[in-house]
Design a protein around this ligand. Structure first.
Ligand SMILES: *[C@@H]1O[C@H](CO)[C@@H](O)[C@H](O)[C@H]1NC(C)=O
Ligand SMILES: *[C@@H]1O[C@H](CO)[C@@H](O)[C@H](O)[C@H]1NC(C)=O
Ligand SMILES: *[C@@H]1O[C@H](CO)[C@@H](O)[C@H](O)[C@H]1NC(C)=O
Length: 399
């Protein structure tokens, strides 16, 4: 019975040996030049832990988005809309690179909090009335942060850069998947042989033909809500969208908003991508399809209408990911079949559990993929639905 103690000591040693990521707010001139500001116009910034100078991970955070003036004003009073209350250091346990054996434990780490409410796509240089006299400048924040880091850190000469994002941040990295390399090079980074790897976690908004609303599905309708993403994003003016998709749309005489849905931009991405995505993403079910948690959860019986609803999402996620892999045979994929959004996924990246997909941990799968092996792992479903997590305590459901 000494094992648990040994484990705890091991964690403490791994955690305490490293200083926590410390806050860096962008300098005032940079903030003004880029308009790199949170919703409430406070300065954007990031949390930084400098370690291995040749390996860097930049992770952009998630946290939904705001959908009207009232909603945005409320958000502007929180850390998701203002930097005014950001702590001096970030809790290392709250970022997924910290566990002792985590893939990115020894990388230099940048964690960029999400304070623009805009899926990292906004390009506002001024406050706007429709969003409550606030501004959405997520893309500009990213622009400024990357350039500032290249100017002030060893990111300039890094040989390997991982660009990661979770949930809304996952949407952000998909759209910026090719932009990031262009930006790094333009800012003067040398980017060694390994180049940039893009790592979206739970950023597949949406799988093709999703969302289907539960209220319609339960009565037999399976029609996806057309243009859901576009209307979701109606508050964004002149937003940044994946440039390859936008030029293809323009050439085909189609509007640029066609490129808001991630499934539409996948074919155009040129970057090296390793996708992490639950096939039964809980957020897409409870928050976007509006199936209440009492009905749609990790224990929903398969032979019920709600069970069929979960199965439909699983199928569509699966098809979308398989399509992407057909188009990009070199991409990596680690897709569990749990009913989870980012909680368990981040623990897996942090190597804080021992869950596996097809017998392989994320750390091992990612390492093999980096060495050139084809790693495309789609976990089997359980009765066409989500599989139970081995330990229920392991996951704190955010609903
Ligand atoms: C990080 O560095 C420590 C100390 O050198 C080493 O024990 C550990 O295995 C490294 N972790 C990874 C994931 O490379
Ligand atoms: C980075 O350095 C270049 C060259 O000195 C300078 O022109 C640019 O304004 C700097 N950018 C930031 C964000 O500090
Ligand atoms: C997704 O595809 C994999 C591999 O073909 C399969 O084992 C799994 O059950 C599928 N999941 C769903 C939800 O259909």
């Amino acid at each position: 019975m000494t094992r648990p103690w040994a484990l705890i000591l091991h964690y403490l040693a791994a955690g305490l040996a490293r200083p926590a990521p410390r806050k860096v707010l962008l300098p005032p001139l940079t903030v003004e030049h880029f308009s790199a500001k949170c919703l409430d116009s406070t300065s954007a910034g990031f949390f930084l832990r400098e370690q291995d100078p040749s390996k860097w991970i930049i992770m952009i955070d998630g946290g939904g988005l705001c959908i009207d003036a009232l909603d945005c004003r409320k958000r502007a009073e929180t850390d998701h809309g203002s930097s005014s209350q950001w702590p001096a250091t970030w809790d290392p346990e709250a970022v997924p690179f910290s566990g002792g054996e985590a893939s990115f434990a020894n990388y230099s780490q940048v964690f960029v909090p999400y304070c623009s409410g805009d899926l990292w796509l906004g390009r506002d240089r001024e406050r706007r009335l429709v969003i409550g006299e606030l501004q959405m400048s997520g893309h500009l924040i990213l622009d400024a942060v990357v350039e500032h880091l290249v100017n002030t850190t060893t990111l300039r000469t890094a040989s390997s850069v991982v660009f990661a994002g979770s949930s809304a941040g996952g949407i952000g990295v998909f759209h910026h998947a090719d932009w990031i390399t262009t930006k790094l090079q333009a800012a003067g980074a040398t980017l060694g042989a390994d180049g940039v790897v893009v790592l979206p976690m739970a950023g597949l908004f949406f799988p093709m033909e999703w969302p289907v609303l539960w209220e319609e599905f339960r009565w037999g309708l399976e029609v996806p809500v057309d243009g859901f993403m576009a209307s979701w994003c109606h508050l964004l003016e002149e937003s940044f969208l994946h440039e390859g998709c936008v030029s293809a749309a323009t050439a085909a005489g189609k509007p640029k908003r066609e490129c808001q849905d991630v499934s539409k931009i996948l074919p155009y991405i040129k970057a090296q991508v390793f996708m992490l995505q639950n096939q039964f993403d809980q957020y897409q079910v409870n928050h976007l399809g509006f199936c209440p948690v009492e009905l749609c959860n990790s224990r929903t019986p398969p032979k019920t209408r709600a069970g069929e609803y979960l199965a439909l999402l699983g199928q569509r996620s699966n098809e979308t990911m398989k399509d992407a892999l057909r188009q990009h045979p070199h991409w990596g994929l680690w897709a569990p079949s749990w009913f989870d959004h980012t909680n368990q996924l981040q623990r897996d990246v942090a190597a804080r559990g021992d869950l596996q997909v097809s017998g392989r941990s994320f750390a091992e799968a990612f390492r093999s993929w980096q060495r050139g092996e084809v790693v495309q792992l789609l976990a089997g479903a359980c009765d066409a639905g989500p599989c139970p997590l081995p330990s229920v305590e392991a996951v704190v459901m955010v609903v």
